[in-house]
Ligand binder design. Sequence first.
Ligand SMILES: Cc1ncc(COP(=O)(O)O)c(C=O)c1O
Length: 392
Amino acid sequence: MKYNFDEAVSRRGTNCVKWDLAPEADTIPLWVADMDFCAAPCIREALQRRLDHGIFGYATVPDAFYATAQAWFEKYHGWHIEREWMQYTTGVVPAISATLHALAKPGESVLVQTPVYNCFFSSIRNQGLNAEKAPLRYVCNGEQPTYEIDFDDFERRCAKPEVTIFLLCNPHNPAGRVWTRQELQRMGEICLRHGVLILSDEIHCELTFEGHSYTPMASVSEEIAHQTVVFISPSKSFNIAGLQMANIICDNEGRRRKIDRAINDFETCDLNVFAIEAQIAAYGEGRPWIEALNEYLWENYKMLCNFFKANFPQLPVCRLEGTYLPWVDISATGKDSDTLCKELLKENKVWLNPGTMYGPEGKDFVRINIACPRQQLAEALQRIKNYFDKEA
Ligand SMILES: Cc1ncc(COP(=O)(O)O)c(C=O)c1O
């Protein structure tokens, strides 16, 4: 293989959230969504060139920053983005918060499909808004459970006068769904019918597996595009989240002006010199790396599934269509996810995310980050086995 994802690089002592916040030095962290892989060579070379220059003053964002992103989304996702629709800021969460600030009035409600990425709740709350939950329907009738949208419930909630925004996660963290064009279209049409604006967080969009292809919400139809603001970033898929960058795509000039105001009010309107170089390299030259990454992640997922099937068939692993964050149903243990994760961390030194982080609907689930060298995942799974064997 051209890229060595098996290489174990120690991240301890590098001011790393995932590793350095672990309570004990020999903990294996499979929690926060970043990967234990070195960034793509094209990104590291671009950063090295910039580093070698030696001066790191204020940066201006060049045309290539926009053009590489435009070309990438056109070529790989069939989505045409005009240059003037694009705005940049320091991350997807800051982008969501600023956009909520710009386009919703305090007291209004934002629809979310729970369980969902935890920062959605804080962004909504911090802007004086309420979360209106449209829970996803858990479907567990075969070997691999999954989630579906309850469209009747979704529409009933969209029809509430206080619901003005739908915050979509496409692909969905932590449900692992890559929403199909049909599903997106149905959600989009419901939002159009009820005048609900769609904010679509598409940060996980490059992380998809065979048979599941990402559809940008704004590419579904022209009408839906006019009703949608999209957030994209190479940060998650290229493992460069610490460099902090995101792109906001909005084809409506009035909304763009308000978002621009909010980004300036929040003082998140500048990028650092390395973020600029990294995005250009990622979208300009990073395709082969992403393809190889997804192949590796899929093998890790298969290993995880085989592990549970062989050892704990009563704990089903949800179907993973995208992201590197499998969602495992632990209801058969009789323990809630907070207790289980605490015990696992303390006794067997594996750090998982309890499902409750993503809403109360997650109380019978854990989220496992499999984006690490396979050997490390194997060691973590062995520790998980030791934990459950002891419990039995
Ligand atoms: C759906 C989703 N959006 C946004 C983020 C974080 O984005 P950023 O680091 O750019 O703020 C994450 C991180 O896990 C995520 O899963």
